[in-house]
Design a protein around this ligand. Sequence first.
Ligand code: ADP
Length: 292
Amino acid sequence: AIAVLGSTNMDLVAYVARAPGRGETVTGREFRTVPGGKGANQAVAAARAGGEVVMIGAVGTDEYGSLLRANLEHAGVDTDLLHTVAGPSGTAHIVVDDEGSNAIVVVPGANATVTALGPGEHAAIAAAGLLLLQLELPPAVVREGARAARTRGVRTILTPSPVQPLPAGLLDAVDLLVPNEHEAAALSGYGDPHAAAEILLRQVPEVVITLGAKGCLYAARGGEAIVFPAPEVTAVDTTGAGDTFVGTLAVALAEGRAVPEALAWASSAAALCVQRPGASTSMPYRSEIDAA
Ligand code: ADP
């Protein structure tokens, strides 16, 4: 199984011609609530790609909590370790303007209560083939999860998003780091992905830097960096592309596929995602990825 230790949020999205300035009120055109959170999105992507997925995290006792849990269960994700805690669920308040630019406030809510792992969580990580991590839970628990996996010989994949200074010792327990170009630059101090990969490989054995429409760069310690181009497609909404990429990559790796084949499969999945609107709703199913 693939264990995901991560966030579950409800995205509250307002579409407006122009985002309001300070103290200003503008009238929006449309409003949508969409299940999100990087952890939950990666879990859905992996489940749709055919993975057996266990979600570790928390939702609140508000209406969003039950909707978020139901959304994961609908995708086939095991939510026994998705706790329901008193208070609000995590929310992301997103304003999208007519140019497609967005401004986002994330309120962690229940995600912030995930501060330590219990015996059930440790057992699930130990039993998993692979652990997916992001940075929308408290950093100390992300590190605890990574270390627990490392101790049991479980491969760990970290998406360093939202990018922030990492807690000491986290990267020591990460096998594969998957930043996008912007995150790779922030973590390494180098805008060029080849240079960034070289720096990041001092701390982790393998790196995949996603490069949007340009594909991704893979590098492992002691080897040459390789750029895998993305399929040429017409993108209508790139939301969720990175999470689709990581979720499907995890499924391929958990099945024992070699890295080049796994990256090609994940690139096909992400390319399908960008051709459709929405985040988790646009994530492809295994049959579609295989057909692509
Ligand atoms: P994020 O969404 O996290 O910022 P990227 O923009 O790098 O990450 O996208 C992640 C992956 O999604 C890319 O490596 C690529 O495989 C795929 N992707 C993103 N944008 C496109 C696009 N316009 N055409 C094809 N594939 C894309």
